[in-house]
Design a protein around this ligand. Structure first.
Ligand code: BES
Ligand code: MN
Ligand code: MN
Length: 462
């Protein structure tokens, strides 16, 4: 361990160069235009795995973007840690809101990041984060201090719903057999307050289309006599929440896990300043479901949000038009025991029931996934908590996150193992937004912490 830590301190610059190299590849999985770049990122990831000393490194083709695999088996009697991450990134748009180009990584020093932060799309989500594991394993192998077996599975479709990963896992159960899955794709509370994400929300994502007349019409000649699908859509959306911001879909809350007051009190102990939260976001008031705190609203309650809405004329100036169609993309974040398929069904039924006869409604489901939780009395949680405690010299707080990594629920179902979400990002990293960045403090701290997880896990397991 001592040698591993020395190796890490001596290779900071190399690690940073690896991160910049990855970040220069625009591996946007959602946009077919970047298909070749996604493949290039898979190749670069495979190269990094080889360079770290992993064996059987292979780029596995899927019907979509490839999955990169590598392993180092030192002793079949020792436990196996499977590292999961994703080399694909969100689209960079709106590009004009970036201060520096999204795929030209630069280190900038800010008040929040006195050690500097790397600015680029994918810096925190998830290239900078999965790379920490590659570098940590590289250090352990180079110093002969890797205490157990390790496998890597880095995919290229996380940001589009991990479409082919489920089948890949089912088809390769033996290759992926492991004792624990370790993921860094989440955040800590702050650089002074280390935390482990013990809950992720699930997701149901749908697109709706409302059709009125069979063509766009003159809004004067026809306006007032024909249903305007945008007006109707807005009205329908407005009915999805009541006065108290509860979701109105019948049956939506039926399976929702109810947290006891004791559990809620525990959650609310996490350091959180509402004033700072509001200041940071430029809002005068928080807003959400009545009866719950901000921590609870994102951690243990389901939501429904419109992610995009369009239709009619949105070009320059004014065009008088009564549009034929209106559209919206709607996400529902789910919490334990809600079944995404059932929620999608309930949504579709209710949404259609809200429409007047004057329009037609189509609901198209996109990807989804179930919520997941890690028990805090499990060996894997304890090994991670102890590792963070060692490197941050602070007690660790379990945290429920509002985001989703749908494949985590599938891992527990298919591979039958627990997942530890030991992410090192900050909520302020602007993931999915312009000017995404990842703190160098976080990057190096992560690389330092990972070998302690390995050591603790092997010790607790044996
Ligand atoms: N890494 C994020 C999820 C995340 C971020 C969890 C921060 C906790 C804290 C992941 O890449 C992501 O963006 N997931 C998507 C879902 C996916 C199906 C597109 C999400 O949460 O919107
Ligand atoms: Mn991610
Ligand atoms: Mn993401």
């Amino acid at each position: 361990m001592k040698n591993t830590q020395t190796y890490i301190q001596e290779h900071h610059d190399d690690f940073l160069e690896d991160m910049k190299m990855l970040l220069r590849i625009p591996s946007v999985s959602a946009d077919p235009h970047f298909k070749k770049d996604v493949v290039d990122a898979a190749k670069a990831t495979a190269q990094l795995l080889k360079g770290a000393g992993l064996r059987k490194v292979k780029i596995h083709k899927t019907k979509g973007h490839p999955i990169v695999y590598g392993e180092r088996i030192i002793d079949k009697k020792q436990p196996t840690v499977l590292i999961y991450g994703h080399y694909d990134v969100q689209p960079a748009d709106p590009v004009e809101l970036w201060d520096t180009p999204p795929f030209e990584p630069v280190v900038k020093t800010t008040k929040k990041h006195p050690m500097g932060a790397v600015y680029a799309r994918g810096a925190a989500d998830d290239k900078g984060q999965f790379l920490m594991h590659v570098e940590a394993v590289k250090a352990m192998i180079a110093t002969n201090e890797l205490p157990c077996n390790v496998k890597f599975m880095i995919e290229g479709e996380e940001e589009v719903g991990s479409i082919h990963l489920g089948d890949f896992c089912k088809a390769n159960k033996k290759m992926l057999a492991c004792d624990v899955i370790l993921i860094s794709d989440t955040s800590i509370i702050s650089n002074k307050t280390p935390s482990i994400t013990v809950g992720l929300r699930g997701l149901s994502y749908v697109e709706v289309e409302v059709t009125g007349p069979n063509r766009d019409l003159h809004s004067g000649v026809y306006g007032g006599a024909v249903a305007n699908p945008i007006n109707i859509l807005a009205k329908m959306i407005a009915q999805l929440h009541d006065e108290d911001n509860h979701i109105t879909i019948p049956g939506f809350y039926d399976d929702v896990k109810v947290f006891s007051q004791k559990e809620r009190d525990e959650l609310n102990k996490a350091p959180f300043s509402e004033a700072k939260y509001k200041r940071d976001l430029g809002i005068r008031e928080v807003y959400g479901e009545k009866g719950y705190t901000t921590i609870e609203r994102t951690g243990i309650r389901p939501t429904l949000d419109v992610n995009g809405i369009w239709g009619g004329y949105i070009g320059e100036g004014a065009k008088t038009v009564l549009p034929s169609k209106a559209y919206a993309k709607i996400s529902m974040r789910l919490i334990p025991n809600q079944d995404p398929k059932k929620i999608t069904r309930l949504f579709a039924k209710y949404f259609k029931s809200l429409a007047p006869k004057a329009v037609k409604v189509k609901v198209t489901p996109h990807h989804g996934g179930s919520a997941s939780v890690t028990p805090i009395d499990s060996i894997e949680y304890l090994a991670a908590a102890k590792a963070l405690q060692t490197t941050f010299k602070k007690d660790v707080i379990p945290q429920m996150s509002g985001g989703s990594i749908p494949i985590v629920a599938l891992f527990s179902k298919v591979l039958k193992v627990n997942t530890v979400l030991m992410g090192f990002g900050l909520d302020s990293d602007a993931i999915h937004s312009p000017n995404e960045h990842y703190g160098l403090f976080n990057f190096y701290k992560g690389i330092e912490t990972i070998p302690y997880f390995f050591a603790n896990y092997v010790e607790m397991k044996n």
